[in-house]
Design a binder for this molecule. Structure first.
Ligand code: HPA
Length: 264
């Protein structure tokens, strides 16, 4: 077990979380809804990222949601910070070592469809890796040859769809294109992503999905669509817009996650 996993195991104690959730840009407020909150700073977890992006806190929060123990990660490392696709490896590895079997990944993303506008939510059904990176670069041994055929678990996706229906939350679905960032895409890149079958563009999540599958966790993933992709209807995305629109979607995201948790 890594030192981070040992520290995390001690924090969890007997309250085994039913899943972990990574909260994307401006979704940190979701942790406020947890009962019996206990906070562990990433600084106490060797190898966990030092968040450098505004809107990302750097805290691990455990507690109960709908009576069930869950674990929330407020803040993630992005590949664009140091050019390292494996920046989240110590996190995912520690979760797996502590017996966590499911992870929900959330992010902010640009929508490639005008009908799925800013402030709406999208269930990620698959991804396209346009980053030129892999979190498994440099790994030796056969475990690196991870199957990504059912990367976004179809059973968890069905449970997410059911929760959205129950809560009357509109949940779009689609393919997430992982761009390296940190600059936003060009309009030509957004047109290309649309042509090759993507429905959203973002700078995170896909490497975490690959790592999660590497360590045997099932994945569900949700995007908050904070803007239309560059050039669509004249759109020119900004980080301020991402934070503002992301915050607007927090209430719907919170209801969706709470219902998904209750139903587990
Ligand atoms: N592109 C990439 N990442 C993003 C976007 C976008 O348009 N919006 C929020 N995150």
């Amino acid at each position: 077990m890594t030192p981070a996993a040992e520290r995390l195991k001690k924090h969890i104690g007997g309250e085994q979380p039913v899943f972990a959730i990574v909260l994307g840009s401006s979704l940190g407020g979701l942790a406020d809804g947890l009962e019996n909150q206990r906070v562990l700073n990433y600084a106490e977890l060797p190898g966990f990222p030092k968040p450098s992006v505004s809107g990302h806190a750097g805290e691990l929060v455990t507690g109960r949601l709908g009576g069930k123990p869950i674990l929330m990660l407020k803040g993630r490392a992005h590949a664009y910070e140091h050019g390292d696709g494996a920046a989240m490896r110590p996190v995912i590895e520690a979760l797996a070592a502590c017996g966590i079997e499911q992870i929900v990944l959330t992010n902010a993303a640009g929508s490639l469809r005008p009908e799925a506008g800013p402030g709406s939510l999208m269930l990620i059904t698959d991804h396209i890796n346009l980053s030129g990176l892999s979190p498994l670069f440099g790994e030796t041994g056969d475990e690196r040859f991870v199957s990504l055929t059912n990367a976004y678990d179809s059973g968890l996706a069905n449970q997410m769809r059911a929760a959205a229906k129950q809560e009357s939350v509109t949940l779009h679905e689609g393919v997430y294109a992982w761009f390296p960032g940190p600059s936003f895409e060009t309009p030509a890149e957004i047109r290309m992503a649309t042509i090759i079958g993507a429905h959203a563009a973002g700078m995170s999540t896909a490497p975490e999905t690959i790592l999660a599958r590497r360590f045997g966790l099932k994945v569900a993933a949700l995007s908050v669509l904070t803007n239309l992709g560059a050039g669509i209807g004249g759109a020119s995305p900004s980080h301020d817009e991402t934070k503002r629109e992301g915050a607007k979607a927090t209430a719907n995201m919170a209801r969706l996650i709470a219902c998904f948790t209750r139903n587990l």
